[in-house]
Design a protein around this ligand. Structure first.
Ligand SMILES: Cc1cc2nc3c(=O)[nH]c(=O)nc-3n(C[C@H](O)[C@H](O)[C@H](O)COP(=O)(O)OP(=O)(O)OC[C@H]3O[C@@H](n4cnc5c(N)ncnc54)[C@H](O)[C@@H]3O)c2cc1C
Length: 378
């Protein structure tokens, strides 16, 4: 079976590995020469994403490119602890969430895809008119494949938040006793996330709530951020210990996509469901494993694509609702913030696992021994 993958980001590179593993001849078209998207930003993989990476055979390589993060701590703008939960896992799970630069994740996945036999064409825009048996649209939130499948498909719209990331120049003394781990501060103007990295620097990102996007996002620098977070001691200390912004991006949401496949083309990753909630990459990797398994198991390509979509739609739809609630929490006004400071410490830790366990329990299945059957698949 010949497969064209449009897009060589997380979803595209992971799909190339999975599909090569089940015996497809895969060609990936990636528009940019280097890992496209917000290159200087980092992301976290939760245990469901890590288990999907394990099914692809590249969990260890990804772990080596990042660092484990054990806990997730939530703080009010006044440094009051609001919650302290396991990061991206159930408390009893021996796996630890991994944080790494997005560009490093894409590099590791592309290397693995090439080793598995996929052809990766950089600087090449793919399209649906390829002669392949299957076209995988892994071309991100602005997907042209989605538009080709359905010219009336929804378009992304600005989410009322923009994200600016960076790292401190070195170790920073944070106010109070701040242990390692993923920390999120609910600040007056949005959320401020920071994680101490093993090299002593602190990786951070500011998710700023703004009804309208700034006229020139690239011009939003450290001085402006320091102004926006001037009333919150910890974000301010982190920003003052940094000398550059490494990535800036407007966050977008996409209304539900109703046409996600036809008999030959299928959307994966952000092209189908830009979920947010720190789960976009994990979901994209889960998609890759599920798609390869369905193509290996089903009798025909149309049946496989329909089965893949049925399998994935409920899960990503449920997650999209969680993501919307998370976004609302970051854009809440001062009254909601005060209520949060009172209520969250009372219930967050106790109910967190109950609310999120379904996400981490997902079993992606294995690709070992799954191969495309010979008849109509060559
Ligand atoms: C600020 C920020 C923080 C995030 N943090 C997290 C996190 O902590 N955890 C997490 O799991 N997720 C996180 N995400 C989401 C995650 O980055 C995405 O969900 C994930 O990268 C989706 O991968 P993708 O391959 O579907 O899309 P993309 O990463 O957008 O990749 C699409 C690729 O397709 C290429 N392309 C586009 N059009 C074409 C074309 N016509 N032809 C060829 N190539 C094309 C692009 O160049 C790009 O390389 C975050 C996102 C942002 C913006």
């Amino acid at each position: 079976m010949r497969v064209t993958v449009v897009g060589g980001g997380v979803a595209g590179a992971a799909s190339a590995i999975a599909l090569s593993r089940v015996g497809a001849q895969v060609t990936v078209h990636e528009a940019y020469e280097d890992p496209g998207g917000t290159v200087g930003s980092y992301l976290s993989l939760s245990v469901n994403g890590l288990r999907a990476l394990d099914a692809l055979g590249c969990l260890d390589a990804v772990r080596r490119a990042g660092f484990p993060v054990d806990r997730q701590r939530m703080w009010s703008g006044r440094d009051r602890p609001l919650g302290d939960v396991p990061r991206g896992r159930r408390s009893g799970d021996p796996l630890r969430s991994v944080t790494l630069m997005r560009a490093d994740l894409v590099r590791v996945l592309r290397e693995e895809a090439a080793r598995a036999g996929a052809r990766i064409l950089l600087g090449s825009r793919g399209c649906g008119d390829s002669p392949a048996d299957v076209v995988v649209g892994a071309d991100g939130i602005w997907s042209a494949t989605r538009r080709a499948l359905d010219p009336s498909a929804p378009e992304p719209r600005y989410a009322g938040l923009y994200s600016i990331s960076g790292a401190t120049d070195g170790p920073v003394r944070l106010p109070g006793e701040r242990p390692q781990g993923f920390n999120m501060v609910f600040a007056r103007r949005g959320a401020f996330i920071y994680l101490p990295a093993p090299d002593g620097t602190v990786w951070w990102s500011a998710q700023v709530a703004a009804a309208d996007p700034p006229p020139d996002l690239a011009a939003v620098g450290l001085a402006e951020l320091a102004g926006l977070f001037r009333t919150e001691k910890t974000p301010l200390a982190v920003l003052r210990a940094s000398s550059a912004v490494t990535a800036s991006t407007l966050l977008h949401v996409l209304p539900p996509v109703t046409r996600r496949h036809d008999d030959r083309t299928v959307l994966v990753g952000d092209a189908a469901h830009p979920v947010g909630a720190g789960q976009g990459a994990s979901m994209a990797i889960e998609d890759a494993v599920a798609l390869a398994r369905q193509l290996a198991e089903a009798e025909t390509v149309p049946a496989a694509l329909a089965a893949f979509d049925r399998l994935r739609h409920d899960r990503t739809g449920k997650l999209a609702k969680t993501a919307a609630a998370n976004r609302d929490a970051k854009t809440a006004g001062p009254l909601a913030a005060r209520l949060r400071e009172i209520m969250m410490p009372l219930f967050f830790d106790r109910f967190y696992e109950k609310a999120t366990g379904w996400l981490y329990d997902h079993d992606p299945g294995r690709l070992d021994g799954e191969t495309l059957v010979a008849d109509d698949r060559q």
